[in-house]
Design a protein around this ligand. Structure first.
Ligand code: FES
Length: 300
């Protein structure tokens, strides 16, 4: 779809809300994300952003300006103007509130609150949201929450008693987490140590290619070799080479982009593979994971 930026609002020095409009926007429930094609000096970036509300004639996202941007957030913050038209993939959703859950514990940090802003507007959803953020951004995040939201903002992450919070939940509760890799890793390992079954833990991630060292990817079935630069994902490198590998979340959470590793050692950054699968090194999520060895041979 070609969608026009209808409005850009500055929420804080590092946060902007973008409103997109276009003809006949497909419906999108809570947890949906858009993939924007963002122009760049060297190449177009495809970045995924959660919709912060159900469409009402427009799609809305909030974007953080990250200092070490690979292009997407800087372009949106510094160059995008109302009236600009972007290529946007129709919303996809692999992070909808689990339907069999009676209660939801939602944990987020930083820009990870965005999918939960849509959850908080879903009627009938019984939830408790705990969001960690910088003190200077608390006001902006609070203003995005609907009136009466069952949300607590924590401006000191150390002071949040995550262990106690996870331990006191009722059995019927499902846990959903979204935020930076370190925050998610900590919350997941605490939940597992307390006996939360994996089926009740749901993840959304805004991970992107980590910077790391350059490496090469040899594709067994396609018969080509592709160089992956620092700050670029294997997925992006394959797309730039004209290939169309499967992907959905582009953040290491959905499992869609999993590829078999035939040679070489991957460096995992996803939240999808189990620890034993990561240790075996036999597969990897190409949207976020990199290589320890100078070359990987993938079954693609
Ligand atoms: S696209 Fe979802 S894990 Fe890679």
């Amino acid at each position: 779809m070609n969608l026009a930026i209808a409005d850009i609002e500055t929420l804080s020095p590092g946060l902007k809300r973008f409103t997109f409009t276009g003809a006949e926007l497909p419906w999108a429930g809570p947890g949906s994300h858009l993939v924007l094609e963002i122009p760049g000096a060297e190449r177009t970036r495809k970045n995924a952003y959660s919709l912060i509300a159900a469409p009402d004639g427009a799609y809305r996202i909030v974007v953080r300006r990250v200092e070490r941007s690979r292009g997407g957030s800087h372009w949106l913050h510094d160059h995008a103007r109302p009236g600009d038209v972007l290529e946007v993939r129709a919303p996809q959703n692999f992070f909808h509130p689990p339907r069999n859950a009676k209660r939801h514990l939602l944990l987020s940090a930083g820009i990870g609150i965005t999918p939960f802003l849509a959850y908080a507007q879903t009627s009938g959803l019984v939830y408790e949201l705990h969001h960690c953020c910088k003190p200077e951004e608390a006001h902006s995040f609070r203003a995005l929450l609907p009136q009466g939201a069952n949300a607590v903002l924590h401006t000191n992450r150390e002071a949040l008693n995550l262990h106690g919070l996870l331990a006191r939940q009722k059995l019927e509760t499902h846990l959903s987490i979204c935020g930076p890799e370190s925050f998610m890793d900590h919350a997941i390992s605490l939940a597992k140590s307390l006996g939360w079954p994996p089926a009740k833990i749901h993840l959304e991630s805004f991970g992107s290619a980590n910077w790391g060292n350059p490496f090469s990817v040899r594709l067994k079935r396609s018969g080509i070799t592709v160089d992956v630069r620092p700050g670029e994902s294997v997925l992006e490198a394959l797309e730039a080479a004209g290939l169309n590998p499967p992907c959905l979340c582009r953040g290491g959470a959905c499992g869609e982009c999993r590829m078999s590793v035939l040679e070489g050692t991957p460096e995992h950054h996803d939240h999808y593979l189990s620890e034993s699968e990561k240790t075996s090194g036999k597969s990897m999520m190409i949207c976020v994971s990199r290589a320890i060895t100078p070359e990987l041979l993938l079954d693609f």
